[in-house]
Each structure stands twice: as C-alpha cells, then as structure tokens.
Design a protein around this ligand. Structure first.
Ligand code: SAM
Length: 329
C-alpha cells in the first residue's frame, strides 16, 4: 500500500476520476482537441523552452507546444489523456492506411505498424477516433524521450488492450516494460459483472538495452502477509510489484485540488523515483492539476507541463504558488 491519501472520496463515485471506475460505457471526457478541430489556446505561448530554463507550465493544445521542444530532452513522459469519447468524427479510412505501404509511416516501426493499425482499428470505430487523437502525440512523446527514458501511458480498461498492441508496433515489442495495474476501491459497484476498479498504465522504454530503472529508489510497501517473512524484512517492507493498490485522492486530503481527474501523488511518485534521477526532466502534456509536476519537484526533478484547459492552469497556479521559479506561458 502506498503512502499518500487514506480516505476515499464518495464524490468520485458519481463523477469518477478519469478512468477510475466508470461503470457504464457512458460518454466520457472529451479531448480538448480532436483531429480536425484542434484549437490553439488564446494568446499563443512562448515556445523557446530549453533544459537550461525553469520548470514550465504551458497553457496550450499540446500539439502546438510539443514540436518546439528539443529531441530527447525528457527522461520520463507520463500521459493521462482524456479517455475515449465514444464520439464519431469523419472517418479516415482504414483502407487508405492499409494501402499506404510505400508512404511515410505514422509511427516508428514503419510498414508493420501500418498493417497492425489498419487491422486493429477496423474492429472498433470509437477506438479509431481516439487513436487518431493520440497517435501523433505519442509519436512526439517518443521523439522527446531521452535514450534512457520511459513512457508511462495511463489508460482505462476500454482502451488499454488496443493501445498495448499499437504501442508494441510503434515502440517495438522489446520496448514494452510493464503493464501496471492501479487498483482502487470506492464508489458504486456493478451487480451484473465484476466491478471495474482499476486503471492500466502501459510502460515503454525508448531503448530496451539502456533505460534507467532503479527499483531501490522506490518507496517500499507493507507485505500482505508479514508473518511469512522475517521481522527485519517485514519492517523494511517490500518493493512494489506491477499491481499498485492505492486509494484515489481523498476528499479532505492534503493533496486535493478540486480538479476532477486528479491522480494521487503516490502513484506518480513510484514512476518518478524508479525511472528518473535527481535533476532529470519530466514531461506531462495532459497535465490537469499538475500532479506530475508536484511530485517531480518534491523529488528534485525538473518538469514541463502542458494543458489546454484554463481551469487546469488555474489549479496549477495555486498548486505551485510557493514555487515562484515556475514559469507559466
Ligand atoms: C485526465 S486529465 C489529467 C489529470 C492529471 N493526471 C492530474 O493528476 O490532474 C487530462 C487532461 O488533458 C487535458 N487535455 C486534453 N486534451 C488536450 C490537448 N489537446 N492539449 C493539452 N491538454 C489537453 C485536459 O484539459 C485534462 O486536464
């Protein structure tokens, strides 16, 4: 069990944290932009960021900022995108993708990626739309990752399996490191099936032969059966596995910002501890309430955050109010 919030928030039982236990296949959170309707934020931000500069929060559609960031600048990219909308957009046909064998690949693995993408997306129109939104952003994430860097992509059960197959093809299967299950328990429970109470975090490294991962830097957690290990081991705790039991952000807890899709610092802390060193740069371009930045700063890492929603920027201004060095653009 991790170390952050302890109580659960009934508020989220009705209006779940993104991906956290939405029981029905109801329409979900809309992306701030969708292909064909991308909006630049009013007042375009200054796009001259460099790793010599300050921790930075951009208010913008992430696709307007990402191309300006330098290659390989970030050791960790955490993405918690808005979930699939269930909304149809004008279709870019699968056949066009399939027949584009000689053209430029949308991803990094070329022809095999295009084939897999075409075959897979054929089965689910809604995921097709979602992937159209996500794919160019994931391509940017890959470019922005340092050679020893790691991507954490936070999804729910409706998207995770399609995304896994496509990411295997995009990054290369060897680059797949883990499927982390974040399990929680709160709110209403379905009676007609097993209540869905987990999110999935897919972990990919840029270079499977040279990525940074330090399990000894991660906060340990209590053994489930401490009586089965020595008292010394029990008091030291154990390394987390790929299943993370962790409460959502507590209603009255220290962390609570009021942003509806806020994720707990405890789950971000593990990622940042394991996959970065002090001084490394961390990027989150679906930043929301700025959890990734708060954790990065607390652990001596640097951060760049992007969000297009003015409410998110307002929350981050309050969250980082005691850090005057953070630049808002
Ligand atoms: C699920 S929330 C992230 C929550 C965050 N992990 C936290 O702990 O607060 C997704 C965020 O992505 C933002 N977003 C959606 N589409 C975007 C886009 N095209 N560019 C920038 N931000 C976007 C939304 O405004 C929302 O704040």
């Amino acid at each position: 069990m991790s170390d952050s919030s302890t109580a659960e928030s009934p508020e989220f039982g009705d209006s779940p944290v993104a991906g956290a236990g939405a029981e029905a296949d109801a329409p979900r959170e809309l992306p701030a932009s969708h292909p064909g309707e991308a909006q630049a934020a009013p007042g375009a931000p200054r796009l001259d960021w460099s790793p010599e500069g300050p921790d930075t929060v951009f208010r913008a559609d992430n696709m307007t900022v990402l191309p300006s960031l330098p290659d390989a600048a970030f050791t960790l990219v955490y993405l918690d995108p808005p979930f699939n909308t269930g909304r149809r957009q004008e279709r870019r046909t699968v056949t066009a993708v399939r027949s584009d064998e000689g053209g430029s690949a949308a991803g990094f693995q070329g022809r095999s990626y295009r084939r897999i993408r075409g075959d897979l997306l054929h089965y689910d129109d809604r995921f097709d739309d979602y992937w159209e939104f996500l794919e160019p952003r994931l391509a940017e994430a890959w470019r922005l990752l340092a050679d020893d860097g790691t991507l954490y992509l936070h999804l729910d059960y409706r998207e995770a399996h399609y995304a896994k197959v496509l990411l295997d093809a995009l990054f290369g299967r060897d680059s797949f490191l883990n499927e982390i299950i974040w399990a929680y328990d709160y709110g209403g429970k379905a009676k007609h099936r097993w209540p869905a109470k987990h999110d999935t975090i897919l972990v990919y490294v840029k270079n499977p032969r040279g990525y940074h991962f330090d399990s000894t830097a991660v906060d340990r957690e209590p053994y489930m059966a401490p009586g089965l290990v020595t008292p010394e081991k029990a008091s030291r705790g154990k390394l987390p596995t790929d299943v993370w039991w962790h409460t959502i952000v507590a209603t009255a807890g220290r962390e609570k910002t009021g942003y509806p899709t806020q994720k707990p610092e405890g789950i971000l802390r593990r990622m940042v501890q394991a996959s970065t060193r002090e001084g490394d740069w961390v990027l989150d371009f679906f930043a929301g309430s700025g959890t990734t930045g708060a954790v990065a700063a607390a652990l001596g890492r640097r951060f760049v955050l992007v969000d297009s929603n003015p409410d998110a920027i307002g929350v981050m201004r309050r969250r980082f109010a005691r850090m005057p060095s953070v630049a808002f653009r």
